[in-house]
Design a protein around this ligand. Sequence first.
Ligand code: ADP
Length: 512
Amino acid sequence: MSNCYVMALDQGTTSSRCILFDADKKIVWTEQEEFPQHFPKAGWVEHDPMDILHSSLRVMHACAVRLREFDPQAQVRAIGITNQRETVVVWDRATGKPLAPAIVWQCRRTADAMEALKADPYGEVIRQKTGLIPDAYFSASKLAWLLENVPGLRAEAEAGRVCFGTIDSWLVYNLTKEKTHATDMTNASRTMLFNIHTLRWDEELLEYFKIPKVMLPEVKKSCDFYGTCTIADMMLNGVVIGGVAGDQQSALFGQGCLDAGQAKNTYGTGCFLLMNTGSKAVDSQHRLLTTIAASVGDKVQYALEGSVFMGGACVQWLRDSLGILKTAAESEEIAASVTDTLGAYLVPAFTGLGAPYWDPYARGALVGMTRGFRKEHLVRATLESIAYQVQDVVKAMEQDLKQAFAAEGDASQNAPGLSALKVDGGASANRFLMQFQADILGRSVVRPACIETTALGAALLAGLFVGFWDMEAVTSQDATTVTFEPRMEEAERTEKLAGWKAAVSSVIARPV
Ligand code: ADP
């Protein structure tokens, strides 16, 4: 065991990364390579599928080379893949050549068509089937666009000569001896073509988007046999690819959130929250997304997903637009140098407000300032605003979960509430923010030592598949995990939350 490792390939939007984990889930080596972004028109975002493949191969190979140097006896037991979600690739089934650029999740080229769908009653049917709110973000309209606009593609696809896949499928196809054309359920659940209740590609949606079924990948579980690796490297050739999951679901798994009510938040530029809802596909009353969580074994688990547009980006705004900070990290000490914000609140609705308010026209505001208000108070109000937004989404998730239990007559069997919020991402390094988050949620905030939870999730799925780890290993916490316990009195929390609600009300048209 001591010479055995698991490799995770984390194929992200701007870079491909490869991370090697040892049996203790510790990172032993990381390689990363950025690749070009293409913006052919305003609002359009593309990647070259070959850049994605080649950068992935190079980081995997570089990791294997380093591992051999570091431990000549080393053996890679399994490979897991996690990836940017929703991005679409089409390729020739016979030659493996891409037939168009990859259309990236951020690309808005199909936004007009999807806006029209939002107003159409069929939008609700799509939401019921897929758990997703119709948007250009998801794969369906991007694939439909390619079939309409790439000359000859539709005829070739109908003849069975074209493969469609999200990035996981593209990589699995190219990395396996078997040329496996498959995707995992978490990735499938972001295409807007997959019925999350029947766990099959939805015939009616395929017809609606005019997608030939023959081009779709087989849908597998996240912890499953995807094939054997066929990279020309003696350490990687023949290794089983046993785990695949979309990045956010992989992070939820990597955080050990395997039971209903357990949730994680990633504090990056924006914040990404996922809550495991167990075997229930919870229909959100707050326009959160219902999605499939990575799970092991036969039973499928679901999750609610929500995001906060302005997370760490608020700190960047203080640093880059206002010049109040030299570094993002400095915000911690400055915020802690004052005892409160003097009753002021920042509502960072710079690009509107997401869940649970959903007001694209709301704009930012700093409310409640008094004469003593200084820059330290602004820094503090900014960090606090991140925590308030996260608590709004967590509360919405908890309410949705509770209603789902009540609707099924499970009220007696108490709906699982959040006991602790697991955290990761760049801004989770900020102790002031983490403590305030725990205070305002009234729950513990748990930050693992390894904040590379996305890669860890994929590694764990693959390691579980080959029996390298067991379920205990997935949930076991490292001794260096930091827990922030809530210390704020209930009365103070209630008062602060009331102030936040009032501040939000002042920037949106609709009262909250
Ligand atoms: P992404 O993956 O979205 O690029 P990261 O997880 O790398 O984001 O986190 C970067 C974000 O976190 C930036 O917006 C930055 O302002 C913020 N950030 C990084 N370190 C800190 C810190 N110590 N305190 C507060 N914010 C931070």
